[in-house]
Design a protein around this ligand. Sequence first.
Ligand SMILES: [Ca+2]
Length: 327
Amino acid sequence: MHYKRSTSMLEDIIRFEKTIISQEQQLFELQNYILTNERKMQELKLLARQLEQTCSLPCKDTVDISPITGTDCQDIANKGATTSGLYYVKPMVATEQFLVYCEIDTDGRGFTVLQRRKNGQVPFNRNWIPYKEGFGYLSPDDSTEFWLGLEKMSQLTAKAPIPYALRIELVDWTGNTKHADYAMFRIGTEEDKYRLFYAYHLGGTAGDAFDGFDFGDDPSDKIYTAHSGAQFSTPDNDNDKYDGNCALQSGSGWWMNRCHAAHLNGRYYQGGRYTEKDSGAFDNGITWVTWHDRWYSLKETTMKIIPISRLTVTGGQQSGTKQFGGL
Ligand SMILES: [Ca+2]
C-alpha cells in the first residue's frame, strides 16, 4: 500500500515536472514574442520620429485658395482678383460653394474652366456619376486635367441671370492653337440629361464642329454628328440618337448624337495620329473635325465660360477679339 502510493506520488511529480517544463517553454516563447514586439515598436517609434521631422520641414500638402469668392470667375475678377488659380464659387442656384480653376487675364477677364485635357494622365472613360460629380484634379498652376462636373456646369449656367459664352481652346501636337466660341451657352438640368444649349457659333479659328460635319459616309452625316441640343450620354446612360451606344463605343461621356463631330472627352492618344486598329474601330480620340480629321487626337483642350459681354475685349487699341495668351 505504501509502495503503491509512493509510485503514484512519483508519477505525479514526473507529470508535474513535465507540465512545468512545457510551461517554461511556452513562457520562453512568449518572452521572445514580447521582445520581437518591443523591437518592432522601437522601429515604429523611430519611423514616426523620422516622419515628424520630415513634416516639420515646409511640408505642403495644401494649396493656396484665395479668400475672394463670387458667383463665377468673372465676378471674382470684378472683385479684384488678378491672378489665375483656385477659387470658390457659389452660383445663384447652388446650395454650396465649390472649387473651380479661374483663368484671369490682364484685361480683367475671368474665365471659369469647365474641362481641361493636357497630358492624358486622367482617364475620361467614366460613367454617369463621375461625369455628374466631376473628376480629375484641380491645380492652382493649371497643370492637371479635370472635368468639373455636369451638375456644377448646370448650376453655373442653367439659370444664370447673365448669358454666357463658351470658349473652346484646342492645341495640336505641333503646338498650333485654335479656338471656337459659342453664344448663350448653358447646360440643362439632370432631369433633361444635362442637355447642351447654345444659340449660335460666335466665331473662332477652329471651325464649328458642334454643328456637325459631312464626313462623306452618309448624306445625313452633318445632321447626325451635330451636338447642339444633344443630351449627355455615358457608357451606362445612353441618351444618344443612335441604335447603339455612342458613349460605350467611344469610351467617354459627351453630348452624343449619332455620334460626334466634336469629342473633347475622347481617349488620349500620344502624338495625335491613331488608327481603327488602335481604337477598336471607332474614332474615339479627342477630336474637333472642322480642324483635324477624326483620326487625329488633339494634345490639349480647354472648355471655359465667361459672361458673353466680357468675351471680346473692347476699347482703346484692344478693340476686336483679343487672342488668348497661350494655355
Ligand atoms: Ca442609343
